[in-house]
Ligand binder design. Structure first.
Ligand SMILES: [Ca+2]
Ligand SMILES: [Ca+2]
Length: 277
């Protein structure tokens, strides 16, 4: 009788473990499928940004964000996500990123490298993709015509920043890390990990800075007001926008701007693409 009981118990444990293994395998598959469909969706989805006017710059920001000036933007398209390493590899056949991962944003590419990427992409797709102008980028980051005039991205409440932006939070190793909030990432995050802005664009602020077409100027005195790129300059540095995983919480807003030599690579600068139609 005792023997039978032990046998039944053993059989029960055997089937229980089988069931558990099956469940774990199911869960793994679920996540794998989830990830694949997620990556497929990332296949350069473009969002239409309707024409409009806006006030570019930031009265309370740094000197380079001033003066505020009215800019007219023509309708254009911009990619919903930062360009990923998967897309870069598909087009260029190599991956120079410092932090590796298919769904992470491409970084450690120079502005010049991006021109080669755009040339190859346009050959493949028979399109005219380009970098957005700084004015287009900032209009889109602020939500275009759907803008709610949030101070940050998707919110004016600084305590909610961690839900919208991958910035230098408590996971970040730098001195300026904002220890009060946890966005979940020390370095770059898979694109689309945070909440989108009013236009459904992801990571317009944070994750990686984004190169735009314009050359760097120390302020907006003399900047174009028709949405075109400001490229008249002897300076060879190009503008990048929106902050990164390594940037200050307090300045993680759409008008944040910085620059890099156009032939230099940094592991906190990437890009997204635009087109006229
Ligand atoms: Ca972070
Ligand atoms: Ca970004």
């Amino acid at each position: 009788m005792k023997k039978n009981l032990i046998l039944v118990l053993c059989l029960f444990l055997y089937f229980f473990n089988l069931l558990k293994d099956f469940e774990i395998e199911e869960k793994k598959n679920y996540h794998a499928n989830d990830k694949n469909s997620y990556l497929e969706e990332l296949n350069i989805k473009m969002i239409k940004v309707e024409n409009g006017t806006f006030l570019m710059g930031n009265e309370t920001g740094f000197k380079d964000e001033k003066p505020i000036h009215k800019v007219k933007i023509n309708t254009f398209y911009i990619s919903q996500f930062e360009i990923t390493q998967k897309i870069w590899k598909e087009v260029m056949g190599y991956n120079p990123s410092f932090f590796k991962g298919d769904s992470l944003p491409i970084e450690s590419v120079s502005w010049d490298d991006i021109q080669k990427f755009l040339f190859k992409l346009n050959e493949k797709k028979k399109k005219n993709f380009r970098l957005p102008t700084e004015a287009e980028w900032q209009f889109a980051a602020r939500g275009g015509n759907k803008s709610q005039n949030y101070k940050y991205l998707g919110t004016s409440d600084s305590t909610q920043l961690y839900r919208y932006v991958n910035f230098c939070d408590k996971n970040c190793k730098n001195l300026w890390a904002y220890k009060e909030q946890n966005d979940g990432y020390e370095n770059t995050a898979p694109v689309g990990s945070f909440l989108p802005n009013e236009l459904g664009l992801y990571d317009m602020v944070g994750n990686v800075w984004e190169f735009v077409e314009d050359k760097w100027h120390r302020n907006y005195n003399g900047a174009p007001t028709d949405g075109s790129a400001w490229v008249k300059s002897v300076n060879s540095s190009r503008v990048c926008c929106g902050g990164s995983y390594d940037f200050y919480a307090a300045y993680s807003y759409p008008s944040a701007r910085y620059f890099s030599e156009q032939n230099k690579k940094h592991n906190d600068i990437g890009f997204r693409i635009a087109s006229d139609n």
